[in-house]
Design a binder for this molecule. Sequence first.
Ligand SMILES: Cc1ncc(COP(=O)(O)O)c(C=O)c1O
Length: 430
Amino acid sequence: MILPESPTQVPDALAFSGARWNDEGLSVRAAVVTDTPIPEESTMTDAHLTRAEAIRSLSIPASLLPADGRFGSGPSRIRDAQLETLSSRYRSVVGTSHRQAPVKDIVARIRRGLAELFSLPAGYEVVLGNGGASAFWDIAALSLVERRSQHLVLGEFSSKFAAETTAAPHLEEPEIISSEPGSLPSPVASADVDAFAWPQNETSTGVMVPVWRPEGTTPEQLVLIDATSAAGGIAVDISATDAYYFSPQKAFASDGGLWLAVLSPAAIERAQRLESGADRWVPAFLSLTAAIDNSRKDQTLNTPAVVTAALMAEQIEWMLEQGGLDWADRRTRETSGMLHRWAEGRPELSSFVSEPAARSQVVTTIDVDEAIDATAITSVLRAHGVVDIEPYRKLGRNQLRIATFPAVPVEDVAALIAVLDHVLDSTAGA
Ligand SMILES: Cc1ncc(COP(=O)(O)O)c(C=O)c1O
């Protein structure tokens, strides 16, 4: 791997992700995404502090509150009906062997359900394993990137995968195309890479990226899409991807701990070839071919998170009953659209993502005027059971971040808007 020799040679894109040169080499793990810092206490005016105090001490009428106050971008709300199955349908399954039919049946339902939800093209397979999307970055760096990858870096999560392939000693330094948080970069055809990587939804900023094969790419160049917060909430043409991977704790309203990936025949072939070569050591836990082999038997390499899998199977089947991915895509367009239209109508608020087409359907980021302390808003809502609308912690903005995954109904988003109107209107004169 070619490493820069001095701090001045750190690629711009990694400088964005907080890359630092230290005694041990290029440190790209301490990713810090900063843009507009939250005002320091000392720079706050009296009016700012008075309004913040008025907001924090507000009592919000119970009649305004949403039925369910969980609006987090992951972990995200789990529907009551899903949770109830743990003590009914799965009462005699949890706590039993994952090599026996009852648990294997849950894995089979996930694989079948996802195949239907994503209308899998011929030869594509649903594969799963333990660890979440972060584990899949390492798996991809070992078994899907052959020599060099290209990454779009537009926020914290996309910078993390780029950091992994940068640090991997068996890979060449990746091509990185970066853009400021809140904006949308585009992949560029390049004959010098064997994989393109970007997130369909950058959860830290609420930017949605189209999924397509960059013009001029050859069948040997894989498209690896981090769909962690997009899968199941945003429409996708799976045939434009070779690995569409995600975690269960977002649109699939489950708990964390598993990764899932829809793999193309080309991706499966690449993994088999790279792992059978003598020149690349792949730890057993990170072996994609072991995961593929086990998934084909509706198993995982080692003991899976069974409760997570059960909740996920329930959510996939519920989504299919509602009308599948088309339904989910329509719902998240509607709920996120409500939030953006509302923000546009209030002088104190503005959509963080200026380009309307790049605004996420599932993670809405709304900037709050610096005259109002957004942390006062999120804390008074938290005190009333409306939780997890804080901005991504490292983004450092005066912002609200509201998830509209398919499990979040229109009525709860309407109620959240009414609550926020109440907070802003009733403290306007403070
Ligand atoms: C876009 C994206 N990629 C990857 C991850 C990492 O997922 P996990 O924590 O399940 O490994 C997240 C987590 O929020 C994410 O939003």
